[in-house]
Design a protein. Structure first.
Length: 247
């Protein structure tokens, strides 16, 4: 799917329902996923997934095991991009990897998250584009690379996080987001009103939405966070909370 299209998603939903099969979109941005989630009641049941838990870019799979009577995995492949010779490799950035891939004429919509671990990069992509990338992605920046399907992800979470301990007056979204990104409540409310704050993948326009353990929130251009737990109250009666910031 080269460009996001509500009608295309409606068609995928209708085809799944009419033919009793699973249908899949390409990878959707957080904004696109939010729009899709806002249409949930109008569509056949769907699931969002990007290869592992915690991904930002996800596919939509229309259909469910309850509805169809069988399960079908997402057509997502994880590629590992690593230097041919680590001794002469340079540390490449997200922009370097994405630029090298896009220079091959690949559409962004067939690519999911790119996760960098020092000299290696793990790329989630559609099954159909994986062979092309394996054959043609041979250089990133000044580094010769080898690209292959990753049969097993490294142990532990692919995503590196930084633990943060914050003190807030409330567990409201505007309070926690403001503390996480170091903005006043009024400026945070402006971001929420401008639809730049996401809660569990969907745009949240309610500053007073209460956060629960495990909720993931993000601010466009400022980062992504997971609310881990409330640790109790300070001597002044404020909430002491633990959140993780995705690096």
């Amino acid at each position: 799917m080269e460009t996001f299209s509500i009608e295309h998603l409606r068609d995928l939903s209708a085809r799944s329902d009419a033919q009793n099969v699973y249908t899949f979109s390409d990878f959707l941005t957080p904004e696109e996923q939010s729009r899709l989630l806002g249409m949930r009641r109008q569509l056949t049941p769907f699931t969002l997934f990007g290869g592992v838990d915690g991904t930002e870019r996800n596919m939509a799979r229309f259909g469910s095991e309850t509805q169809l009577g069988y399960e079908q995995p997402f057509p997502i492949v994880c590629l590992k991009i690593e230097p041919v010779n680590r001794k002469f490799a340079q540390l490449n950035s997200h922009r370097d990897y994405l630029g090298a891939i896009m220079n091959l004429g690949v559409e962004r919509s067939v690519l999911g998250d790119l996760i960098i671990r020092e000299y290696d990069c793990y790329l989630f992509c559609t099954e159909r584009i994986a062979p092309y990338l394996q054959e043609n992605l041979i250089k990133v920046g000044h580094t010769d690379v080898h690209t292959a399907i990753c049969d097993r992800l490294p142990e532990g979470s692919l995503f590196e996080t930084e633990s943060m301990r914050l003190t807030v007056t409330s567990l409201r979204l505007d309070c926690v987001v403001g503390a996480a990104v170091k903005l006043s409540r009024s400026k945070t409310s402006d971001l929420i009103r401008e639809k730049k704050v996401f809660l569990n993948g969907a745009v949240c326009e309610k500053p007073d939405a209460m956060l629960n353990e495990g909720d993931v929130f993000s601010v466009r251009g400022a980062g992504k966070f997971r609310f881990i737990e409330s640790l109790g109250n300070s001597k002044k009666g404020k909430y002491v909370i633990h959140i993780d910031r995705y690096k």
